[in-house]
Ligand binder design. Structure first.
Ligand code: GMT
Length: 377
């Protein structure tokens, strides 16, 4: 099949899912065309079936904000027409689903049918999408997509609660390539470069936006570190980094906390991690937690959004109420203070992560594309 994928090309979860999906489809001999403003960060041109089309923006003195949707929908029309794509799969509704609707209309005028699959990822529904500024257009573009998917049951329910949706939303969980994490485990883990043998390692990976509550990560670690010799690895970058650095200094934790910045070596970092911290305000799924679990890491998270569908309380880690850093710290200590307990949580996490393996999820997307092909007009 010939599929166009539209996504944000950054380290964010929706871009990661879109890129991994595209690469896996190309591996299975589908022809995949990424359409976005930069080459997606995780995109390796490992296959001749993978193509990248950059959306370029024109400066003009009148524009305070450049009209990205216009440039994107024009590019979609061009790529669909030139490469005879039959499906456009857009990840993150804003503004991709809207631009895809416009592209579809323009193509219809030319007698070229194309189907639009929209995958809802999280804040395109929760924090941003339902804001009155965007709500009307987001609701319209969801209702006018041919197929709509959401990455968790919670996100599906939230979408139906916040919007007037007349489409059935299909839940397709995020996935991971389990082998990638297994392999980095089998290779020698460079733990000694990061921590002393008696120290435990806690890690947080995110784009450091307010929704991730990175200060809570530091506060949880502060409590854990009082009881257990440990290191905290903070991977990623974003608007909350400066605040997190100040808190680390204020709590006199600099010796124990390492800021690693954005990294494409996450599997290698996770391979020596004992506990992954994700105290988010909301998380439609929590791909970062799943990646950690695949790398045999227990998870301490909040119980918000879709996190309970990924992190199983008392099995793969623990869930706490939003902002309850004391509870999160106590749970982490409970896991970390005993070698056997830690090992059993880690094994459970890895076993549970296998349910979300690429091999299980990819055929579900392929079936959706096939159904688009069948009902082409
Ligand atoms: O919705 C967002 O915040 C953006 C998005 C991203 O690009 O980082 O993250 C969301 O999509 C991921 C992939 O489906 C999910 O694993 C994240 O939980 C989700 N983030 C939130 O809901 C905050």
């Amino acid at each position: 099949m010939k599929i166009g994928i539209v996504c944000y090309p950054t380290f964010g979860g929706s871009g990661v899912v879109a890129t991994e999906l595209g690469m896996a489809l190309a591996d299975k001999n589908h022809e995949v065309h990424f359409i976005t403003y930069n080459q997606p960060v995780r995109l390796d041109f490992i296959s001749h079936n993978l193509h990248f089309h950059q959306v370029l923006l024109e400066e003009y003195p009148l524009f305070e904000y450049q009209p990205y949707e216009l440039a994107l929908s024009s590019k979609m029309v061009e790529v669909v027409e030139k490469h005879e794509l039959e499906v456009l799969h857009v990840h993150y509704a804003i503004p991709h689903a809207y631009a895809a609707f416009m592209a579809k209309q323009m193509l219809k005028e030319k007698g070229i049918p194309v189907k639009v699959v929209t995958t809802l990822h999280g804040t395109d529904i929760t924090l941003v999408g339902s804001h009155p500024t965007y709500k009307t257009a987001v609701e319209f573009s969801i209702n006018n997509s041919d197929v709509v998917t959401a990455v968790s049951n919670d996100l599906k329910n939230t979408t139906n609660r916040l919007f007037n949706i007349d489409k059935d939303i299909q839940v397709i969980y995020n996935f991971i390539d389990v082998d990638k994490y297994d392999k980095s485990h089998k290779k020698e883990c460079k733990r000694a470069a990061i921590a002393l043998p008696n120290e435990r390692i806690l890690t947080h990976v995110s784009n450091f936006r307010p929704v991730k509550r990175v200060e809570d990560v530091v506060k949880v670690f502060y409590e854990v570190n009082k009881k257990i010799p440990s290191k905290l690895l903070l991977v990623g970058d974003g608007p909350e980094r400066v605040k997190a650095e100040s808190l680390v200094n204020e709590l006199k934790l600099s010796e124990h906390v390492i800021f690693l910045g954005n990294s494409s070596e996450v599997p290698k970092i996770l391979c020596y991690t004992d506990i992954f911290l994700l105290p988010s305000q909301t998380e439609s799924f929590g791909l970062a937690a799943l990646e950690a679990m695949a790398a045999k890491t227990a998870v301490i998270s909040t119980n918000t959004g879709g996190l309970p569908e990924v992190n199983i309380h008392g099995v793969t880690g623990y869930l706490s109420d939003l902002g309850d850093v004391k509870d999160m710290a106590n749970n982490a200590i409970k896991i970390l203070q005993n070698e056997e307990t830690l090992e059993s949580f880690k094994n459970n996490a890895r076993d549970h992560a296998r349910r979300f393996s690429l091999g299980n999820i990819l055929p579900v997307y392929e079936d959706i594309y096939k159904s688009c092909y069948k009902n082409k007009v």
